[in-house]
Design a protein around this ligand. Sequence first.
Ligand code: MG
Length: 156
Amino acid sequence: MRIGQGIDVHAFKTGGTLVLGGVIIPYPRGLEAHSDGDVVLHALCDALLGAAGLGDIGQHFPSSDPTWRDIDSRVLLRSTIAMVIEEGCRLVNADITVVAQEPHLRPFIGAMRGYISDDLQVNADQVNIKATTTERLGFAGRGEGIAAFAVVLLED
Ligand code: MG
């Protein structure tokens, strides 16, 4: 068994599209990023790469490379799981926590789970997603940005 963790944070920008776990969330602001700013998928990619001993997302998809500009992070996730499988590892489960004061994410969790389990080619019950606030404390609580934390377990 191999365990991995991943963390990502992005700041809100003025306007734009908010994409979390591959789902477009109706909200007036998106997240500042080189890609689509999907913190959920970035944290998950880092956890997968970490568990497989493959470094980190910045190493594989550098923001200096125009290939990844405005990229759909689901492409990064699919490419990441392909590298993990190539290493001879199989996903046992993933658990993700999204920290956002707003918008209210519960209505979108099922869709995120569907996209992520499709991209990872696992059952939806192997991917758990939780959303929480920080009771208005800190950057997330002030609505300055969104954070995501992921842990995964791989079997090799
Ligand atoms: Mg990121």
